[in-house]
Design a protein around this ligand. Structure first.
Ligand code: GDP
Length: 483
């Protein structure tokens, strides 16, 4: 059902509620499909990851909505040529993984008072099935096929834990404490550490306080723009919150007598790896066919050179998971390899389109080191600048005699409209990456501002999904060959 709420000045009907109602209505279609069919149809598992606030939730919501209403997807050949006959949600195959809350997230983004949905806190999954006519010669001979897209959303922080598998407790502690000592966010933890002797007898209240302070530090460090924060599950614990496997923290290496805090923390660290980290890689990561890594590169640039360098290092850690040769455990569990990886710099709607190429180049440069070392075991990779949900419009104004490209949108905190010129990104990414690597405190050529925009109220025409930037091309790269 479509509800016409009004008309624009050109007389175009403004449709808001219809899209959501249609989407939910169509999701029921899937339930009536026969189970046998589900077994034989091709399945593509798409992993969507990225550090917290990178834009995973918005990306999946907009992607699914734009696959259901394909009016804004000309860059996806199967959509442009009309070969996708239908797209509908189905029950997902994994009974123990939470379902991605698509309907509520879409309602948040496209309702009468649009707002950003709640972010990814844990793993979730959604199955979208497409009925697709084959291309070329086959099209006249066979009927449409059903292809299932199983979209798996999981925090990038969990991939950073892969490095822990090869680090004993002392090694991890030394590295984690060295990073913490350079960050004021860790002051409380480091101060508490000074008040105790790790070789003393374990006391649960002290253990809990240490874990709590370490978690608070990790969360504050993430907000400050640091990405290198382990153990990853401490920040997004889900139902493991408070369990012993998440109640430890790094300690300076030293004696570890039986029954001591140090001995118990080392044991819990091993339990964390065996019972939290490995099961995730075995049950979920090992089954992914195609992967999107979302990166808030603009946010890191805005936070400054240290945050950008830290992001580069964290990406290198994340990408280690896609080079299984490096890690004995990973090589032993991977049956198949991820054969396409998309690196997408998100929130490109903060920039005028004339800057998008530069953002894509920065994205490429951020992962180029990791890429050079091994070409991701044969996977095809691509870097792109995208916006899953376009919250701004572009305009050009003359400011102090110069033509200036701006983006305009509603500010998240005040709801007022504002136009922004965030600063020009350099044509050569090394102008940012070099000072970041050498530990500069500030950018030489001024700062890059990022305003936080609210999602704009939408007036969607029937058949159009939410507005985006290059979501269609992202999807063409990821799955175009399979459709
Ligand atoms: P997650 O933690 O990776 O799931 O991140 P979210 O998808 O929840 O996104 C985090 C925040 O980034 C959102 O609340 C928005 O403020 C912002 N954001 C995400 N995607 C976009 C986008 O396409 N455009 C803009 N302007 N902001 C976005």
């Amino acid at each position: 059902m479509i509800t016409v709420l009004g008309e624009t000045s050109e007389g175009t009907p403004v449709l808001v509620i219809g899209t959501i109602a249609d989407t939910i209505g169509r999701s029921i279609e899937g339930v009536t499909q026969g189970v046998s069919e589900v077994f034989f149809d091709p399945v593509i598992r798409i992993g969507v990851t990225g550090l917290s606030r990178a834009g995973k939730t918005v990306f999946i919501t907009s992607l699914v909505a734009n696959l259901m209403d394909r009016g804004r997807m000309p860059g996806l050949e199967a959509a442009r040529s009309g070969r996708i006959e239908a797209a509908y949600l189905q029950p997902q195959p994994d009974d123990t993984v939470p379902r991605f809350d698509f309907e509520n997230h879409l309602a948040a983004l496209t309702g009468p008072k649009p707002h950003w949905p709640d972010s990814t806190r844990s793993i979730s999954e959604l199955r979208l099935s497409l009925r697709v006519r084959p291309r070329g010669l086959l099209s006249g001979l066979t009927g449409p096929r059903t292809i299932h897209l199983d979209i798996v959303d999981y925090p990038g922080e969990w991939l950073l834990d892969l490095a822990l598998l090869e680090q004993p407790f002392d090694d991890w502690s030394t590295l984690a404490l060295a990073a913490a000592e350079t960050r004021p966010e860790a002051d409380a933890y480091l101060a508490r550490l000074k008040t105790l002797t790790p070789s003393d007898k374990l006391d649960e209240a002290t253990a809990t306080a240490l874990a709590r302070d370490w978690t608070a530090y990790l969360n504050a460090a993430r907000v400050a723009g640091y990405s290198d924060c382990t153990p990853g599950r401490f920040m997004l614990p889900g139902d493991l919150e408070g369990s012993p496997a998440l109640t430890f923290a790094p300690l300076p290496p030293g004696d570890t007598p039986r029954g001591s805090l140090a001995r118990e923390f080392a044991r819990r660290y091993e339990a964390y790896k065996a019972q939290v980290v490995k099961p995730f890689f075995r049950s979920h990561f090992a089954r992914i066919d195609r992967q999107v890594v979302l990166v808030d590169a603009l946010g890191a640039i805005h936070s400054g050179p240290r945050a950008l360098e830290d992001l580069r290092k964290a990406l290198s850690g994340i990408l280690g998971a896609f080079r299984p040769g490096r890690n004995a455990f990973l090589s032993s569990i991977l049956g198949k390899r991820v054969d396409r990886i998309l690196f997408a710099a998100t929130k490109a709607d903060h920039l005028h389109h004339s800057q998008h190429d530069r953002l894509a180049r920065i994205m490429e440069a951020l992962v180029s080191d990791a890429r050079r070392r091994a070409d991701f075991a044969g996977a095809t990779t691509q870097a792109m600048a995208i916006a899953a949900l376009r919250a701004t419009v572009e305009e050009t104004r003359t400011i102090q005699g110069h033509e200036t490209n701006l983006v305009r949108g509603l500010l998240l905190d005040t709801g007022k409209e504002a136009a922004l010129h965030p600063g020009d990104l350099p044509a050569d990414p090394s102008a940012l990456l070099a000072p970041a690597r050498s530990g500069a405190d500030n950018w030489l050529d001024g700062d890059f501002g990022v305003m936080h925009f609210a999602p704009a109220p939408l007036s969607l025409r029937a058949g159009d999904g939410p507005p985006h930037i290059r979501l269609d091309r992202a999807l063409e790269f990821l799955i175009g060959d399979k459709l």
